[in-house]
Design a protein around this ligand. Structure first.
Ligand SMILES: Nc1ncnc2c1ncn2[C@@H]1O[C@H](COP(=O)(O)OP(=O)(O)O)[C@@H](O)[C@H]1O
Ligand SMILES: [Mg+2]
Length: 331
């Protein structure tokens, strides 16, 4: 049995479950972690030294957690979606904390199968500062980077980089996408804007080749997005081509993911005009299905096979009957 823990209406989850169904596998269930307060309730019981844990799926089926072979720990940070208005903030916080805590605790205690990827590793690895540090120690070139809240420090950094510096969020927030932008003069921005929270100030990596790389276990599948834009995400109407990942690059990435404790990772890299790979970030649970129509890569099928493989240990062939999906936020 495969469980996907995610938010309601997650296109990736629904597509993978449907793709698995198309391959004849019916035992994949979605647990909507933001619906625990309404429909997807949980139950854990420890009576007479016997422990039992049940979850309700998005289809209203009760499943025994002990029977699950694999959990795809996909999108788990969301708050509960309430059916009616709460009286106060404290109630909302309590419900969110206790729903999240119960789901996490139940899975950590009762589930004995394979995590894609483990919750603690997923949390830790999602931090850009930590992953930059690990990637560098594993031999990747990373851009010179400053995390700061001081206008002066940022200006000094810009001067040291000869003016070519970008800024982007450390963690970001749900809602509108925040694109990477150039910052050529920190003095033009109010010092209070720097102070309000740290941000990533980074050496600009030259070139027009942006790599989106999906590492699923022991295989990597990538596309090159060719664009003059600083950040490739606002305009996908540019050449996007499947790219065969050199084995040496895959191995280096696997080394970083192993250090981070991640089974999979969705990476952003850049190739310099000299051909050097520069690490930008790994999203432990990034979006990858948008590449299916854009680069003609059967990623829904590939990823479904990866899950089946991990859940059962069997070799499975790749089919290409996946649904083509676009339009989700990419980070
Ligand atoms: N230092 C950099 N130099 C050049 N381009 C960058 C740099 N950092 C980010 N970018 C561009 O912006 C995109 C988004 O940045 P990324 O590091 O993936 O952060 P996030 O997706 O969390 O905003 C990258 O894929 C790349 O196109
Ligand atoms: Mg990114």
């Amino acid at each position: 049995m495969i469980l996907i823990i995610t938010i309601k209406d997650d296109i990736h989850a629904v597509t993978i479950r449907n793709t698995l169904k198309g391959k004849g596998y019916d035992d994949c269930h979605i647990i909507e972690c933001d619906q625990l307060t309404t429909t997807n309730r949980v139950m854990w019981r420890n009576v007479n030294n016997e422990e039992n844990a049940y979850l309700y799926t998005s289809d209203g089926i009760s499943i025994n957690v002990k029977e699950a072979d694999l959990i795809w720990w996909r999108r788990v940070r969301a708050d509960q979606q309430f059916e009616f208005e709460m009286e106060n903030d404290h109630q909302v916080k309590l419900i969110n904390n206790d729903c999240r805590g119960s789901l996490g605790g139940i899975l950590e205690s009762a589930f004995t199968g394979k995590w894609i990827s483990a919750p603690s590793a997923t949390d830790k690895a999602a931090n850009k500062i930590y992953q930059l540090s690990v990637a560098r120690k594993c031999g990747f070139r990373i851009p010179d980077t400053l995390i700061s809240q001081s206008q002066n420090e940022v200006q000094e950094f810009i001067d040291s980089q000869k003016g070519k510096v970008i800024v982007k969020p450390v963690v970001g927030a749900a809602g509108p996408l925040m694109f990477t932008t150039f910052m050529d003069d920190a003095r033009k921005t109010d010092p209070a804007s720097f102070r309000v929270c740290p941000a990533v100030y980074q050496e600009y990596i030259e070139g027009t080749k942006h790599i989106r790389l999906n590492c699923f276990g022991n295989k990597s599948y990538a596309a090159i997005i060719e664009t003059e834009e600083l950040d490739w995400r606002p305009n996908l109407n540019v050449p996007i081509k499947k790219w065969d990942v050199p084995d040496s690059l895959h191995k280096k990435i696997r080394k970083v993911l192993d250090h981070l404790g991640l089974a999979m990772g969705i990476l952003d890299l850049k190739i310099t005009p000299e051909g050097e790979y520069v690490w930008l970030e790994v999203n432990p649970q990034g979006q990858f299905l948008f590449l299916e129509p854009l680069a003609q890569m059967p990623l829904a099928s590939i990823f479904s096979d990866y899950l089946l493989d991990e859940a059962s240990g069997k070799e499975l062939k790749v089919l290409d009957n996946a649904e083509l999906l676009m339009g989700e936020n990419i980070s």
